[in-house]
Write a protein that binds this ligand. Structure first.
Ligand code: ZN
Length: 233
């Protein structure tokens, strides 16, 4: 009889090396019960639906006990193990740190990406960064008439002039610069964290409106991930 393999502790995800070994063993020796337990953990941290991305949840490589693995190592494991539904998120987690992280030559072999994976990841990163700039531009400079401002001092109320553009531009720059050298396009937008309490003079209603609308941007980008990383078909 096959001994029942369990996580060291209930509800506790093992460290990445142990987790990887378990995953490989369950494939090699056909242990579907243990494997489905491991896949559940992955499915939770690397969701395949937008709803699975709940901001309060611990996602990605942060779920493993011990030292956090490099996202490239996680991506390699998922590709080897053909965990198709987790791949868009795993590619995103590796790419969001930017090109230097994807191409880092000092990483151990387990975290070094093959030319094929690297190509998909770089292409995907460039596309995501373009989407981030384009969508943020639309968000900040696009016409917003649905939400009235509460403050008479808010730059968005004044007639369009050089001052207004400057305030808008500052917000735009801060959102997009905060992502360098990677991308934060899937992260929940918090203008308070990015531009401080006064947000270049914009009222709370404007700031909150941008934060809410940014949810649509996240959704759009999330839906595009399989395409962006060439995982379709
Ligand atoms: Zn306002």
């Amino acid at each position: 009889m096959i001994p029942v393999l369990r996580f060291p502790e209930r509800n506790k995800v093992p460290d990445f090396n142990t987790f990887s070994s378990l995953l490989r063993i369950t494939a090699k020796y056909e242990l579907p019960n243990v494997r489905s337990q491991l896949l559940e953990v992955i499915h939770d941290a690397y969701p395949d639906t937008f709803e699975g991305l709940a901001p309060s949840k611990s996602l990605g490589e942060g779920i493993f006990s011990g030292s956090t693995p490099h996202p490239n190592a996680v991506l390699n494991l998922f590709v080897q193990q053909k965990l198709t539904s987790a791949l868009p998120m795993a590619y995103y987690m590796a790419s969001r740190r930017g090109l230097d992280s994807l191409m880092d030559r000092r990483l151990p072999q387990s975290a070094t990406l093959s030319p094929e994976i690297l190509q998909s990841a770089i292409r995907g990163f460039v596309t995501l960064r373009e989407m981030e700039l384009k969508e943020t531009h639309r968000l900040i400079f696009g016409s917003r008439t649905s939400r009235p401002c509460s403050s008479s001092k808010c730059p968005s109320l004044k007639a369009a002039g050089p001052r207004v553009s400057e305030a808008h531009l500052k917000v735009f720059d801060q959102i997009t610069d905060s992502s360098q050298p990677g991308t934060k396009v899937l992260q929940v937008l918090s203008l308070g964290d990015i531009c401080g309490d006064d947000c270049h003079g914009f009222c709370n209603i404007c700031a909150e409106g941008w934060e809410v609308d940014h949810g649509e941007v996240r959704k759009k980008v999330w839906t595009a991930l399989p395409d962006v990383f060439g995982l379709k078909g």
